[in-house]
Design a protein around this ligand. Structure first.
Ligand SMILES: Cc1cc2nc3c(=O)[nH]c(=O)nc-3n(C[C@H](O)[C@H](O)[C@H](O)COP(=O)(O)O)c2cc1C
Length: 357
């Protein structure tokens, strides 16, 4: 049955929900953390949420196959505190994407995002991700199918082109189809992906960034919320981008230096930070960690996302070494995290003492 057929079924729980359709404002996408496979799992997101109330968080990409056939609770479940939270889907079949979006909707996500940017082999073989830049009409069909299936905003995260595509033509053609299909926002990783010859990691660094092209896209689509992604690392750089686009999406800089998130609410939203510093973040994370340990999770599943905490501070290296070495041991508990954090407190106290001597 086509996705339209599914939509029109008498059993369709979204039937008649048009009036409840949710949309996105520019403010919703002003700051987000990027979807990152194996990194932005639910533990990471809970930890990030402690440091910014306003950041929009994205899941790792889940393929439609995983959502439709996999363990839904394990894959899609999350803590309500993580919201606002977007689910990123990988797929290229409108019917399957519609089905996956409908399965996900009752979990409480705030947005469904389609991955049109990932260049890995696995994604290439499935003919989705970045290679969809070559098929803007199909992307439009995918967006429309999901919009018809759920009341959630549907967005697309894309590149500015792949291989030898002319970036302006490729990006604008994609944007036109997404907007015509009712897409609620575009997030543009401002570099091409090379489908052959570069590893996924190289594809995040090697193709040059073209921020100006994304700024031009915003001028061409003034009423569409547009966020920019790629290589943005500081609050100053975010502020500069926000002069041209509605939102910034930050990946590696936030993951490797989570304290950056503490600056987001004050600097970009004019609101107080939820916590004072990295030490307060450790303290605030502990009840969650304890609850997860009781459920049988390993300490390292949570603390692996904290290795970048205290980056650049005295004792940061000892913090990382202790956490990386000791949190993986069977039975490791929060005392490992506390003693690793002590390394930083002691190193900072020693430095303060030396400065006042
Ligand atoms: C470890 C890792 C995994 C990633 N996984 C995804 C993914 O699942 N979906 C996606 O759209 N992008 C993925 N990306 C790309 C990021 O979302 C982002 O576009 C890229 O890192 C550029 O932004 P940045 O320079 O702020 O890190 C991944 C990046 C990294 C580093």
């Amino acid at each position: 049955m086509s996705y339209r057929g599914v939509r029109e079924s008498a059993h369709d729980p979204t039937w008649g929900l048009e009036s409840k359709m949710k949309s996105l404002t520019n403010q919703d996408i002003r700051f987000s953390t990027a979807p990152m496979m194996d990194w932005t799992d639910r533990h990471c997101r809970f930890f990030h949420r402690l440091m910014s109330r306003r950041a929009r968080l994205y899941t790792e990409m889940l393929t439609t196959g995983a959502v439709i056939f996999g363990d839904r609770e394990r894959l899609l479940g999350f803590d309500p505190a993580e919201r606002p939270l977007a689910l990123q889907l990988g797929g290229a079949d409108p019917g399957e994407l519609a089905k996956a979006a409908r399965i996900a909707e009752p979990f409480g996500y705030d947005e469904i995002n389609l991955n049109v940017g990932c260049p890995s082999d696995r994604v290439r073989n499935g003919a989705f991700g970045a290679c969809l830049m070559l098929r803007p009409d199909l992307v439009g069909d995918c967006v429309k199918a999901m919009k018809d299936a759920v009341a959630l905003p549907v967005t697309v995260k894309c590149r500015i082109g792949v291989d030898d595509q002319e970036p302006r033509a490729a990006l604008f053609a994609l944007a036109e189809r997404v907007v015509a299909a009712g897409g609620d926002a575009l997030i543009v990783h401002a570099r091409k992906a090379w489908l052959a010859g570069l590893s996924p990691k190289e594809n995040r660094d090697v193709p040059p960034l073209d921020y100006a092209l994304v700024h031009e896209l915003k001028r061409a689509f003034p009423s569409v919320p547009i966020a920019i992604n790629g290589g943005i690392e500081t609050i100053e750089q975010m502020r500069a981008q926000l002069e041209h686009v509605d939102g910034v999406m930050i990946g590696r800089a936030a993951y490797h230096n989570p304290e950056l998130l503490l600056e987001v609410d004050p600097s970009l939203f004019g609101e107080a930070a939820p916590l004072a510093d990295g030490f307060a973040a450790v303290e605030a994370f502990i009840p969650y960690i304890e609850a997860q340990l009781r459920r049988g999770e390993r300490l390292s599943s949570m603390t692996r996302h904290m290795l970048g905490l205290f980056a650049g501070k005295p004792g940061a290296r000892a913090f990382r070494r202790r956490l990386a070495g000791e949190a993986v041991r069977p039975g490791a508990g929060v005392e490992v995290l506390l003693s690793a954090t002590d390394e930083v407190s002691r190193a900072m106290a020693r430095m303060a003492e030396a400065a006042s001597a």
